[in-house]
Design a binder for this molecule. Sequence first.
Ligand SMILES: Cc1ncc(COP(=O)(O)O)c(C=O)c1O
Ligand SMILES: N[C@@H](CCOP(=O)(O)O)C(=O)O
Length: 546
Amino acid sequence: MSNGTAPNGDAPHPTHTPSQRYLSTRGEDADLSFEEVVLKGLATDGGLYIPEEIPETPQWQAWKDLPFIDLAYNVLSLYISPSEVPADDLKDIIRRSYSTFRAPEITPLVKLQGNVHLLELFHGPTFAFKDVALQFLGNLFEYFLVRKNEGKTGRDRYHLTVVGATSGDTGSAAIYGLRGKKDVSVFMLHPKGRVSPIQELQMTTVLDANVHNLAVTGNFDNCQDIVKALFADPDINSTLKLGAVNSINWARILAQIVYYFHSYFALARQSESFNVGDKVRFVVPSGNFGDVLAGYFAKQMGLPIDKLVIATNENDILDRFWKTGRYEKKATHGAAAEGGIESDGVKAHEDGVKETLSPAMDILVSSNFERLLWFLAYHFAGSAGMDDEWNKKQAGQEVSAWLKDLKTKGGFGPVYKDVLETARRDFDSERVTDQETLDTIKRLYKEADYILDPHSAVGVEAARRSVERAGDVPHIALSTAHPAKFAGAVTVALQDEPGFKFDEKVLPTEFVGLDQKEKRVKDVENDWKVVRGLVKKEVEEELSQY
Ligand SMILES: Cc1ncc(COP(=O)(O)O)c(C=O)c1O
Ligand SMILES: N[C@@H](CCOP(=O)(O)O)C(=O)O
C-alpha cells in the first residue's frame, strides 16, 4: 500500500515499517506512531486509526507450534516498532497480560460437533473475550504513562482519562485491566438496566478510586455517542487527555488478531484431516465489528480464511449491508422494513434498537465498520490506476461522505456493486433470532453436553447454516462469553432439561457472592454535556489527592 514515504514528504521513518505508522479513516490525520494512536484512541478528524499498510507475513506457517505469548509477540511486533516499545518490553507486557488467564492455552479450541469447533475466548479475569485485548491495553497504557511521567510530580504528570461505552462486557474487562493503575481514571458508561445483572455487578463492585461507573438513561448507542462527543470536544479532550478502551482504539483490534492465528494452528494440531495451508471459516458473533475486523486483518496477512461469517442478532445492520449494500440504522427496504422478520417477544425501542437475549450485540451502528469501509474504498480507488497516495486520499473522502450520510440521513448506500462484491469476497453474514438462540443453546446441551452463552449461540447457529453451504471447510465459531454472565437466557433455554441446575453446571466460584458486595455507580442523563461536567469534576477530585 505505501512506498514508505511519510505523507508530509519527509524521508521515510528509518525505524518504522509502514505497518507501524498510522492514518485516520477520514483522511486528515496521518503519519502517527503506535503510541500516539493508542493514547489518542479516536482521530482528531473523528475517524479511526488504521495502519498505513497491512503487513504480509510469508513466514506465518513457521509459527505453527508457538505458544500463545510467542505467537502474540510475532504478530504484534509487526505493528509496533521496536524504537517505540523495545522487544524485551513488548514481550514482558504480553507475558504479564496473559498470566491472568485461567487456561494454559489462553484461548483453547474445543471440538463441538462435526465440522464446527469452538474458540473459547472467555478464560480471562472477567469471563469474556474482551479480556484478551483489554488486559494487554491496560498494561500498554501503564507502560506509556510510566515512561511519559519519569521524573515528573504532581500536576506535571500526564494523567489519562479513559472514557468508554459498554453494553456489558467491555466495561468490566476495561475496569479489570485498569483498576488501581496510576495516572489513569476510568469512566465507563453503560445503558441503565440493559446489561445483565452479573455484568452490572462485575463493574459496579470494583471500588478502586480511579474507577467510575455511570448508568446512562438510554441505550448502548447513546453511550457510544456520548463518548464520541467527548472526544470531539477540544476543551475536555485536551485538558483531560482522553483515552479510549472501546474497539475504536486500534490496540483492541490488534491484540485480537492473535487468536485467529492461534486457533488455526490449534486446529491443525488437533485434527488429522486439517493441515496448515488448508482453508477455514471463522464465525463471529458481531456487534461493534471489532472482533470480526481482527479476523479480516489476519486474512489480509495471509491466514487462509475462506470466509469470515458475521453473525448478528435481530439488531442486524451488518447482515442487511451484506444482503443489500445499504448501511441503514433502520431497515427501509424488504421484509425487515415491513415487519416481516420481527420475532415474537423482542422489544423494539423507539430508537430502533431491539432488546434481545444477546444484549452485548444490541447495537444499532457498528463503530469498526468504518475501518472496513476504508479498505473497501481504498480497494475500489485502486481500480482507477492512480498512485497510492491518491487511492488513500480517495478512500478517506469516500468514508467521510458515507459517515456524513449515516449521521445526517440515518444511512447510506447502496454502495457501488464492486465495493459490495469485494465485501462479499471476504465476508458472509447471518442473522439469528432470539428463538433460534434459545433452540441452539438447548440443542448443544442435549447433543454435545455443552452450555453456550447466548452470544456464542448466535455464532454456532450461524456456523450450522454456513456448514450447509461450505461443505467440507472446517468452521471455527468464536465463543465470546461464559454462559454464567447471561444467566437469564441460559436458564430460559435449559430450565426444563432434566438434571440442569444453573448453580452446579454453570456458575463459576468467582461469581458467587458478588451480589453481596458493596457497589458504586452514578445515574446520569443521556446528555454528553452532563457527562462532561461530571467527568471533569471527578477527575479534579482525584488529581487533588496527588
Ligand atoms: C459477549 C459478546 N459477544 C459478541 C460481541 C460483539 O463483538 P464486537 O463488538 O467486537 O463485534 C460482544 C461485544 O462487543 C460481546 O460482549
Ligand atoms: N459489546 C460491547 C460493546 C462495546 O464494544 P467495543 O468492542 O467497541 O468495546 C460491550 O460489551 O461493551
